[in-house]
Design a protein around this ligand. Structure first.
Ligand code: PRP
Ligand code: URA
Length: 205
């Protein structure tokens, strides 16, 4: 289930993220902005409950988020850039970390770190800005599932059709939210047109 964010502000931010003249400081701000838009879009189905309140004028019943703590799991390192908006807008949020790094020759992701809070029975938002071959996302989803996580959503900024297909092949029901669905991967498994190496551009490496 792929959802591509369709909003003029998202298009504007993505264009500046792609632009190779955008410097890391601005890139980080843009990353925050697009991640905030994605966080809002990807949590549309969060449950709410009615709460009786009193406005200064009268009593009423109004909706609040059901007490269901959200878990945000960035795939290190680039995914870290997408965490802050979730912390800023959700009252109850726990953060877990999965460290994966693609080999420069093979593009196969190697796991180097994992620290997760309890995930069973919780809504887990897996965040990683680039969905290229899908290898990193599938590995991370498998880790979360192995720890009992069943309610998972993948949030990426730029996705390749190959990566989407790989995730759908392994996890057909899993919702994927992305801000851009690009054309294809190049021979080195980078997304075209893409925006280059997200982690490098985020952290100036
Ligand atoms: C990038 C990106 C994803 C992964 C996507 O990370 O942040 O995690 O590649 O590629 P895939 O879909 O082919 O697995 P990278 O491995 O470069 O590590 P970094 O975040 O530390 O830069
Ligand atoms: N990781 C990135 O940072 N960029 C790509 O295009 C592919 C994987």
């Amino acid at each position: 289930m792929l959802h591509v964010l369709d909003h003029p502000l998202a298009a504007h931010v993505i264009t500046h993220l792609r632009d190779k003249t955008t410097k890391p400081a601005t890139f980080r701000t843009l990353c925050y902005q697009i991640s905030l838009l994605l966080a809002v879009e990807a949590t549309r189905s969060l449950p709410t409950v009615e709460k009786p309140i009193e406005t200064p004028l009268e009593a009423m019943s109004s909706r609040v988020l059901a007490h269901e703590p959200l878990v945000v799991v960035p795939i290190l390192r680039a995914g870290l850039g997408m965490v802050q908006p979730f912390l800023d807008i959700f009252p109850d949020v726990s953060v877990g970390y999965i460290g994966l790094e693609r080999d420069h020759q093979t593009a196969v992701a190697r796991s180097y770190y994992c620290k997760l809070p309890p995930v069973a029975g919780r809504r887990v938002m897996l965040v990683d800005p680039m969905l290229a071959t899908g290898g990193s996302a599938v590995k991370a989803i498998d880790v979360i599932r192995a720890q009992g996580g069943t309610d998972l959503t993948l949030v990426s900024i730029v996705s390749a059709p190959e990566g989407v297909a790989e995730v759908v092949k392994h996890h057909p029901q899993l919702p994927i939210f992305t801000a851009a669905l690009d054309r294809e991967l190049n021979a080195k498994k980078y997304i075209l047109p893409g925006l280059g190496d997200f982690g490098d551009r985020l952290y100036g490496t």
